[in-house]
Design a binder for this molecule. Structure first.
Ligand code: GRF
Length: 200
């Protein structure tokens, strides 16, 4: 059984999809043991508490240096013997030190079909604003491994979503979350846990 940490910054709807998928048995080779938020007050922390999952707030502003922030994050992950790190709406860019400590064991959900509308500065609503501005007819979500290049790691799963006439960024974001993110992230987590168990 792989110990999973979910890193969050916002409402935690992707975290909720993971919790629900663990409860339904879709995720069967992993257990969410820890939620780490980049800031106080993230609603994702409420979701963790309601699900009885330990949570920590590790905010960059609380540390004197990036190295001390990394140390704190790595200590929490080690304490919970984490085998898979899931970035679910997490807004910090992880340092090379953290990425190398969990090489090929960190995954991220991005709200577009990479390589479109990704990389530095493309997060949250900005992604959907760019998709609408370009006029794409199809967008979607991507789960990928995290490496030192923002949104640059190997793609694990993708799911396409239709852009509709009159879509606002908010309406499109919601459709991409409901029809793509909340579907492929749990599947990707189970896929990774299954592989990690086999490779043990
Ligand atoms: C959403 O924009 C989602 O597409 C991205 O992070 C944002 C917040 O997600 N992955 P969540 O509700 O906090 O999971």
């Amino acid at each position: 059984m792989v110990n999973i940490a979910v890193l969050v910054s916002g409402s935690g709807t992707n975290l909720q999809a993971l919790i629900d998928s663990q409860n339904s048995g879709l995720i069967r080779d992993g257990r969410i043991r820890l939620v780490v938020s980049s800031r106080q007050g993230a609603y994702a922390l409420e979701r963790a508490r309601a699900a009885g999952i330990d949570a920590a707030v590790i905010a960059k502003k609380d540390y004197a240096s990036p190295e001390e922030f990394d140390r704190a994050l790595l200590d929490w992950l080690a304490q919970y013997q984490i085998g898979l790190v899931v970035l679910a709406g997490y807004l910090n860019i992880l340092s090379p030190a953290v990425i190398s400590a969990y090489r090929d064991r960190i995954i991220n959900i991005h709200p577009s079909l990479i390589p479109s509308f990704c990389g530095d500065g493309f997060y949250g609503l900005k992604v959907h604003e760019a998709a609408l501005a370009y006029g794409v007819k199809v967008t979607g979500a991507t789960v990928h491994l995290v490496n030192e290049i923002t949104d640059g790691g190997r793609i694990l799963l993708q799911k396409a979503v239709e852009v509709q006439e009159g879509d606002t960024p908010e309406v499109l974001q919601r459709r991409v979350m409901e029809q793509a993110e909340w579907v492929i992230l749990p599947r990707a987590v189970q896929m990774c846990c299954e592989k990690l168990e086999q490779d043990k």
